[in-house]
Every structure is written in C-alpha cells, then in structure tokens.
Design a protein around this ligand. Structure first.
Ligand code: GLC
Length: 428
C-alpha cells in the first residue's frame, strides 16, 4: 500500500510554506502517518493534536483512515503489518491487542523516560509483553448505562439497578409513551452486531450474573456455566421486545444515533457518547443520566467491560524516534485532559480523576470511579495471540442465541468445546 500522492504533495507544500515563513525546522523533518479512529469526535481530536505536535517539532503527520469496527481495524492492521509495509508509523491499538500485535511493535520504554509511571499500572502491565512496553495508554473505557432522565421522571421511575428492573421500566415507559403517540420510541439499545463490541456487551451481562470471564486467568475455559446461560437468556428476551430486532446489527454509533435522536430510553455505550449527547446540537442535551450497568439479579453485581485504546509504533516505521515522540506527546497529561474535557475520553492517568475541570465536564467520572477502576477484563492476556479467535467464537455463539437460532445452554456447551480446542485444553 502506498500513501496517496495527493497527501505527499500537500505535505510538501506545507513544508515549503514553513521554509518561506522562516519557521524553525528540525535538522531533518520527517513525515509520519498515524492511524487513529473516527468514531464520534475521535478524528477531529486526533487531527488537532497531531497538528499541534507537527507545529512544535517541524515534522509532518498524515492521518490514515481506519474502519470504526475494532474487528475490521485489527484485520487491516494485520494485513499492513504482516506485509512489512511502512505506511503506518503510529497505530491506535485496542486494549485487547498487545498479545496479538506485539511482534510488530517497538519497545517504547527507551524513548519515554518516566512517563509510563504516571499511568494506571494495570494498563502499563497490559501493554507490556515479555518486558517490552509495546503501547502507551491513550484513553480507557468501560461500558456504562445511559438513560433518559426526563422520561424516567415523567413516569415516576428511578434508574434501574437490575436488568429485570430495566426491562420492566422500559416496558412501562414504552406502553405509556407509545399510547401517547411516541410510536418510534425504543426501550434499550446496545451493540448486538457480530463483532468485538458484542463480546464487550455479553461479557458484562455474564459478569453481572457472576458467570466469570469466559476463560479464567489460569487458562481454564469457564464460559459454560448456569450464570452465563441465564445472562444470555436474559439478553435474548430483550430482542424484539424492549430492544428492536435491528439491535442485532448495531455497533456503538448505530446505538448512539438512535439514543441521541431521542428514540431510546436506555443505551449501553462507552463514555464518549456523553459529550456528544450533551453537544449543543443534540436533541437529548440536558435530558441524559449515566449510571453503572445493572446487576444480574439481587445476587449479581454491577459490571462494565474494560475497553480503551493505546498508541504504538510499528516495527516497520522508518522514524521510530520521532514516532515515539508523537506517542509521548499525544498520551501526555495535557493532551488527555483536553480530550476528557472536550469529548469525555477517560484519561489513563489517575491524577486527572481529581482534576476539577475534568470532573465538571464529566460528573460521572467521579460517581462511577469504581466502575472504571474495577472494570471486567476480557481474557486477552491469558489467550494472547489467540484472543481474536476466542472472541469471535464467543460473539458468534452469543449472536446465535440472541437471534433465536440456538438455545443458550446448547450453544455455550458447543462454545466450550470450541474454546478448548483453540486453547489446546488450557495450555494456550
Ligand atoms: C471500544 C473499546 C474497545 C472495544 C471496542 C469494541 O472502542 O474502547 O476496547 O474493543 O469498543 O467495539
């Protein structure tokens, strides 16, 4: 793959302009390419930050577009990296990918001094493979529940604390609102498409019922258990009821589109949706609340899957030192603070959770601190390079149950066999 010539020409033009203006240029200005996401405000934020670094250093950076779906983005990276292409210097990598991609990424430690020590140690540990720091945390994520405060109040309800209560509240509000002519209102939207996002949603359901993490830290496949079965049955009961049939094809942005246009009472999503729901042009501005996701019954617990993104430098980059410097700049406290205030991206630096401006922009960062600090972790560490196969077997099984093609108990029993084969009976 070659970087588009148009971008090269544009970059060359900028360089000439800088020379004519007598701008300070480094001894050797280089051109880097960064792959950052484009969900919500991601692309604008990335472009502005990268521009600030380029101005400061005199280097140039182009943005490479990548698919919104984490699953599709991984496939693209694997293709580019396996080909040894130098098209992308800096990559935005999912929290579950270090074990899959580490061989293609440089060790950032020699370039970053003591910067990593200021981040959540668990995230640094997650990005450290065989003693090499292959990625720096950029933002962290956990699944949360968004609700329409105005609708709950109008119907005398409080935010639900169990999944059953959520379903009952949704039914009560839907009945009353639809009878009053609000016919396209939905109860609960989430990410039900067959991709990594469904793995995140379904892990939360299972964990909230106390059903574990699919594969335990010691490598045992644990997914086939009564709590996990109950969790999937519960979610399947929403489809075609409080959740539209179409939810089986929703990703994050599809769910947000429905919720933000005022057409859903509840939504499961990541924190980024908060800043957009509160945006000046949002129809639901001022009407939204955020809470921890409901518990799986009285004996259950609140849960939220740990998500988040890191920045890494490709081993094939021709400019590793400059690329690592860009990573250092983008993951710094100053940049993370701006991203938190403007766009509700959770910082990976604990100190920013005590910052009054960050908390004023995102009150739920403080209220849900426990959710963020104790999020349930996908089994990417123990399954290593096989994680994507595990996750894809899991989201396919879950999708079959949600769409009514299979019974939860049968399907999880089959999944258990499949995961045991992928994991060579716990040896991984
Ligand atoms: C969010 C999370 C990421 C997860 C993805 C799934 O982007 O931060 O970790 O894999 O959603 O769709």
């Amino acid at each position: 793959m070659r970087r588009p010539d148009r971008l090269r020409r544009r970059a060359a033009g900028l360089l000439c302009a800088a020379l004519l203006l007598g701008g300070a240029l480094p001894a050797r200005a280089v051109e880097l390419a960064i792959a950052c996401g484009a969900l919500g405000l991601e692309r604008d934020l990335c472009a502005a930050a990268v521009e600030a670094w380029a101005e400061r250093t005199g280097h140039r950076v182009t943005l490479v577009s990548t698919p919104n779906s984490s699953t599709e983005r991984l496939a693209l990276y694997q293709q580019v990296l396996a080909a040894g292409a130098d098209d992308i210097d800096v990559l935005q990598v999912d929290v579950v990918w270090p074990g899959i991609l580490h061989r293609h990424l440089i060790d950032l430690k020699p370039y970053l001094g003591d910067a990593p020590a200021a981040h959540f140690p668990a995230l640094i540990a997650n990005s450290t493979i065989d003693g090499r720091l292959v990625a720096m945390p950029w933002w962290t994520d956990a699944g949360v529940l968004y609700y329409r405060r105005d609708l709950l109040e109008r119907h005398g309800l409080t935010p639900p604390t169990t999944w059953d209560e959520l379903a009952r509240s949704a039914e009560t509000i839907l009945d009353a609102e639809r009878a009053a002519g609000n016919t396209d209102l939905q109860g609960f939207v989430w990410q039900g498409r067959a991709y990594e996002g469904l793995t995140c949603n379904a892990l939360e359901w299972i964990d909230s019922f106390g059903g574990g993490t699919l594969v335990a830290a010691d490598g045992r496949v644990t997914v086939n258990n009564p709590q996990a079965i109950e969790a999937l049955q519960t979610a399947a009961s929403w489809v075609g009821g409080i959740s539209p049939q179409g939810v089986l094809n929703y990703d994050e942005e599809a769910a947000r589109g429905v919720f933000q246009s005022g057409k859903a009472i509840f939504m499961r999503n990541w924190p980024y949706a908060w800043a957009l729901a509160q945006g000046a042009d949002s129809p639901v501005r001022g009407k939204v609340g955020v809470s921890a996701l409901p518990r799986g019954g009285a004996a259950g617990k609140t849960s939220g899957t740990l998500g988040g993104w890191q920045l890494a430098v490709s081993r094939h980059s021709r400019h590793p030192a400059e690329a690592a410097d860009l990573v250092r700049f983008l993951t710094s406290a100053a940049q993370q603070k701006q991203r938190a205030i403007r766009a509700a991206y959770n910082p990976t630096l604990p100190a920013l959770y005590d910052d009054s401006e960050v908390l004023a922009a995102n009150p739920f960062f403080g209220q849900l601190r426990r959710t963020f600090e104790h999020a349930v972790v996908r089994p990417s560490r123990v399954t290593g390079s096989r994680y994507n196969r595990v996750s894809s077997a899991f989201w396919q099984a879950t999708h079959d149950v949600l769409s009514g093609e299979a019974e939860a108990a049968d399907r999880l029993a089959r999944l258990e066999g499949r995961l045991n084969r992928i994991g060579r009976r716990g040896r991984w």
